[in-house]
Design a protein around this ligand. Structure first.
Ligand code: HEC
Ligand code: HEC
Length: 156
């Protein structure tokens, strides 16, 4: 009797796993998967992490990469572009943007920064905190980045 129940549980459980595996992954995960498969053979993620592009910008960049040899199918392209825009979308121009892209994407993606908002004092505290975590922010860049963050990501 116990054995039958166990067998039944195992069977149902395996069926669930098979069923789940057969499901299409959510679109964002699919985009990430395409990137992992198509964008890592020639370079690492740094060139992607240090970009901030809108839909047009990413569409052009992905096309350039396909011309270079990246293997992305026509149907996967919009899914990948959507994912890239979500994770590495456009940033306001201005002094500080380059510092942000180069220094603040070393440990986490830009999303982390973009979702944050605060007063100048709060951003200042956060930058000091990030330097404590190990962010290599040069003295001369500190003020420039702080101004940029306070101006563009102020309190909501
Ligand atoms: C066949 C090799 C190859 C593959 C695969 C590849 N890339 Fe590249 N990628 C390059 C090369 C080479 C450069 C440097 C180009 C240059 O200096 O102009 C580059 C540069 C870049 C840059 C920086 C561009 C700039 O203007 O600074 C980005 C962003 C980028 N790749 C994104 C991607 C994405 C997204 C994918 C996946 C769809 C991808 N790459 C796949 C070869 C590749
Ligand atoms: C050396 C690694 C590292 C670098 C570089 C780095 N961070 Fe972080 N960051 C972290 C860690 C770890 C956390 C999560 C721990 C925490 O919140 O204390 C974090 C969290 C954050 C958060 C979320 C904080 C919250 O309270 O939700 C923001 C915003 C942020 N970082 C912004 C930045 C900015 C801006 C830069 C560029 C100056 C930067 N980070 C560079 C390591 C880093």
């Amino acid at each position: 009797m116990r054995k039958t129940i166990l067998w039944f549980c195992v069977t149902v459980f395996s069926a669930i796993i098979v069923f789940a595996a057969g499901q299409n992954p959510p679109r964002a995960e699919k985009g990430e998967q395409i990137m992992n498969e198509a964008c890592m053979s020639c370079h690492d993620f740094r060139p992607i992490d240090t970009q901030a592009q809108d839909k047009d910008g990413w569409t052009k960049l992905v096309k350039t990469m396909i011309d270079k040899g990246a293997n992305v199918s026509t149907e996967d392209t919009p899914v990948l572009v959507e994912y890239l825009v979500k994770k590495h979308g456009p940033l306001p121009n201005g002094a500080g943007k380059k510092i942000l892209l180069e220094t603040c994407t070393l440990c986490h993606d830009l999303g982390r920064v973009r979702e944050h908002s605060g007063t100048r004092e709060e951003w200042e505290g956060l930058l000091v905190h990030m330097m404590g975590e190990g962010a290599p922010l040069a003295d001369e860049d500190f003020e420039v980045l702080l101004n940029y963050l306070a101006r563009n990501f102020g309190p909501r």
